[in-house]
Design a protein around this ligand. Structure first.
Ligand SMILES: *[C@@H]1O[C@H](CO)[C@@H](O)[C@H](O)[C@H]1NC(C)=O
Ligand SMILES: *[C@@H]1O[C@H](CO)[C@@H](O)[C@H](O)[C@H]1NC(C)=O
Ligand SMILES: *[C@@H]1O[C@H](CO)[C@@H](O)[C@H](O)[C@H]1NC(C)=O
Length: 266
């Protein structure tokens, strides 16, 4: 997909390109290795949200001069939708995920505070992991972080975006084009979040892409049929310098900036 020029030129071959992709990728939901035995029951939450964020936007959000943020989408977290901090006595223990560290550092970095990522991982575990742990498949730190990494790799958002031709650009995308393109490859409606335009900016900036899963770890729509969309993001960045200023919100329909990573001079 080509980003639209700021004045809004429609990329003509979009529909065609997406259609070819649908066939090539096949229906996503039928992949059996995504399924896993899960403990079904009402634990106060109904879906898991696999949250990917765009490091360049994270750095912009917290106004941190990140050095060399990754130029690919990384994991923010795997979040149950309606609960937080379910067990405050279940402390984060880096030892338990020692085997996962090489992957964690690549795919789940704290883009704002490298090289020490543990503060971020601790936050994600204590706020979200302790709730996700109500499922048997996620009921330890090793399982929670390990399964999140597996899901991230299987969902393969970076290569999907690449195949769809959605690349960082100085031109703007239409949010509906991005959502439709993702829906066509995953077969479900994603949620896309943006930083609202700041002073002097024309448009919102893409920051997060969420894909939602059932308790059986099957892809599902992020919104219920007819559910009003919620505006707020649902998680404050743990290390945000101040609470001032707008954080991420569900993107408005219309144009959005998908910012290229900043060139850094060494
Ligand atoms: C909370 O976590 C601790 C430490 O893992 C565990 O011993 C305890 O059973 C958990 N409590 C609940 C209510 O799950
Ligand atoms: C990294 O951060 C954690 C949590 O804030 C802290 O306990 C740990 O000592 C730090 N590790 C290093 C190597 O600085
Ligand atoms: C997901 O959303 C699409 C579009 O609104 C709808 O057609 C489809 O039935 C939904 N799927 C489920 C499982 O609710």
């Amino acid at each position: 997909m080509r980003p639209r020029a700021p004045r809004g030129v429609l990329p003509g071959a979009l529909g065609l390109a997406l259609c070819c992709l649908c066939g090539a990728l096949g229906p996503w939901r039928s992949r059996s290795h995504l399924s896993a035995k899960a403990n079904i029951g009402d634990h106060g939450w109904k879906k898991l949200i696999m949250v990917h964020h765009w490091p360049t936007t994270v750095c912009k959000e917290i106004e941190n001069a990140c050095s060399d943020p990754p130029d690919y989408w990384t994991i923010h977290g795997l979040w149950p939708d309606k609960s937080e901090e379910c067990n405050r006595s279940w402390h984060f223990n880096l030892e338990e995920i020692k085997d996962l560290l090489p992957d964690m550092k690549i795919y789940w970095p704290d883009v704002t505070h490298p090289p020490n990522h543990s503060h971020f991982w601790k936050h994600e575990w204590e706020k979200h992991g302790t709730c996700a742990a109500q499922l048997d498949v996620l009921n330890s730190q090793k399982k929670y972080f390990g399964k999140s990494l597996d899901l991230y790799k299987e969902l393969s958002l970076n290569s999907m975006l690449q195949k769809l031709g959605i690349k960082p650009s100085i031109n703007y995308y239409q949010i509906s084009d991005i959502k439709d393109a993702l829906a066509s490859v995953y077969g479900v409606i994603p949620k896309v979040q943006c930083l609202p335009p700041r002073q002097g900016e024309e448009v919102q900036t893409i920051g997060q892409i969420e894909l939602c899963l059932t308790k059986d770890l099957q892809l599902r729509n992020c919104t219920e049929h007819g559910e009003p969309r919620s505006r707020r993001w649902g998680d404050a960045w743990p290390a945000r310098a101040t609470d001032e200023g707008p954080g991420l919100e569900v993107c408005e329909d219309g144009p959005a900036f998908y910012p290229p990573p900043k060139e850094t001079n060494h």
